[in-house]
Design a protein around this ligand. Structure first.
Ligand code: FAD
Length: 471
């Protein structure tokens, strides 16, 4: 029983509500927590990679407070784990499952490789409320539409979260660890890191505090406030859920209790959590959602590729204030309000007729809450090419969206310096965060709209009609 177990952490940077950890503790063996910077992790976009680095640092501290450590190693995951097994005499390796195709391919290879070498390899639930294969339609298939999926999940028992242990049993000798700073996970953020740092809530304790604050307050007005980008009316938990700094099951149970206490808005919040679940259900059952039109009939649609227009969209310089405010919010805070995400995605794919994958990749570079499943589903939903998507002909009009969701124009004032006589801190911070090569200045004139909204809409609809309605 002195042979330790390796716990391979990835997007589950927590000790609470972690089935893998409960199973490992039950063996009575010493535990060696490990984080591997492999090629798949190296390939992350600038902001998610930087944020992961912060998460790893916080998690290492959390482990130290529990009498343990986080061993950091760099290289191919299978090779690193095999080497660590050899060094420590470990009896096996455990991890929490991931479901996106890139992680799945790696994990299958690692599992097969370890087992071939006679090393125990076990994966566990923990990232989701339910395993994607446990929720099935009456005929045993997977859900393609959200509402029936919600009905199927709503009444389903979610396993109760297991509380974090006070201490983790340590091995007699610790393997050496890399130095996290030497990995330079924030390098690609350049100037942005200093700006976005003010907005991150890193680690397990911060995530729990966020959940409690939300359920004690904003949840009551969530139904309405969640749509208002100038209001802090949502939980903000996506940043933490993306890295598993809080477990979805813990969030579900807490929100369910709020719902049972009659907390207005709690059911809507539970539904949003189930949107996350739905995105993973889709990614697991139709992995092409992350890279190709989910509906293949969209392959013939004349999407535009990268262009000067798309570049202006990325730079928050379209001249359409709601779009630009949202794009700048992402650059300054590392996040974007959900209403903003829907509007900028609609604008890019419809008014600019640009391939949704260009927007998906830009979000994957800029969002601290980047999630492979939610991002892919969100983009395909907006473009019309995805399951249960917004029909292509339903085109958000950013101007009328402002009237409805930002009537006092607070959101645009908050993030667009050129539209204000006395721009605030966040509006100015945008210019400190963006690459110098963009040559943007708060003193410049705000651009005229690059596309007339009516013309852009008509062009998109004509292209759609020419294909006989691709969707
Ligand atoms: P809350 O309103 O407090 O919701 C609670 C949780 O429910 C969220 O943290 C999130 O985990 C989940 N959730 C809420 N809405 C959605 C949704 N529409 N789809 C899936 N899960 C949802 N979310 C990400 O986490 N990462 C992404 O990379 C991402 N990319 C998106 C791209 C586009 C084009 C669109 C339209 C949406 C995207 N979303 C993404 C979904 C959504 O915008 C965010 O989850 C939400 O804004 C996060 O804020 P919050 O944590 O305050 O959410």
């Amino acid at each position: 029983m002195t042979a330790p177990l390796l716990l391979w952490f990835r997007r589950d940077l927590r000790l609470d509500d972690l089935p893998m950890l409960a199973a490992a503790l039950a063996t009575g063996r010493p535990l060696v927590p490990v984080f591997v910077l492999d090629d798949e992790t190296e390939a992350l976009g600038a902001a998610p990679k930087w944020r992961l680095g912060l998460g790893v640092a916080a998690f290492a501290k959390r482990l130290e407070a529990a009498g343990s450590r986080l061993v950091l190693r760099r290289g191919d995951a299978l090779a690193v784990l095999q080497a660590l097994v050899a060094e420590t005499g470990a009896a096996g390796v455990m991890w929490s499952r991931l479901y996106d195709p890139v992680s799945k391919a790696r994990d299958q290879r690692v599992k097969a490789g370890l087992r071939e070498a006679g090393i125990g390899a076990d994966s566990f639930a923990g990232h989701l409320l339910h395993e994607p294969w446990d929720v099935a339609t009456g005929t045993g298939g997977f859900y393609r539409v959200y509402t029936p999926f919600w009905r199927a999940v709503r009444g389903r028992a979610v396993p109760a979260p297991v509380a974090a242990p006070a201490r983790l049993p340590a091995p007699a000798v610790w393997p050496v660890s890399d130095d996290l700073d030497a990995w330079r996970m924030g390098d690609a953020m350049n100037r942005g890191a200093a700006v976005v740092s003010a907005y991150v809530h890193v680690g397990e304790a911060a995530a729990v505090a966020r959940l409690e604050r939300f359920l004690d307050g904003s949840v009551d007005s969530y139904d309405v406030a969640r749509d208002l980008p100038a209001v802090e009316g949502t939980s903000g938990l996506s940043e933490n859920l993306a890295l598993g700094e809080i477990g979805a099951r813990r969030v579900w149970h807490a929100a369910w209790a709020a719902f049972e206490r009659g907390g207005a808005g709690a059911e809507t919040f539970l539904k949003e959590l189930v949107w996350r679940e739905f995105s993973y259900h889709l990614v697991y059952h139709s992995p092409h959602i992350t890279t190709a039109n989910w509906k293949p009939e969209w392959d013939a649609f004349p999407w535009r590729g990268d262009s000067a227009d798309a570049e202006r969209w990325k730079q928050g310089m379209t001249g359409e204030p709601f779009v630009d405010a949202a794009m700048r919010e992402m650059y300054v805070t590392g996040r974007m309000h959900n209403r903003g995400r829907m509007i900028v995605a609609s604008y890019l794919t419809k008014h600019l007729m640009t391939d949704w994958r260009i927007g998906q990749a830009w979000f994957a570079d800029c969002l601290i809450d980047w999630d492979p499943a939610a991002n892919a589903m969100g983009w395909q939903w907006a473009a019309g090419s995805g399951p249960d998507a917004a029909p292509y002909f339903r085109i958000f009009n950013p101007a009328t969206q402002v009237e409805k969701f930002d009537p006092k124009q607070e959101y645009r004032k908050r993030f667009i310096a050129e539209l204000s006589r006395d721009p605030g801190r966040e509006a100015l911070a945008f210019f400190d965060a963006v690459p110098r090569g963009w040559n943007l200045s708060p003193a410049a004139r705000y651009p005229m709209p690059m596309v007339d909204l009516a013309e852009g809409r008509a062009r998109a609809l004509a292209a759609y009609a020419a294909r006989g309605g691709a969707g």
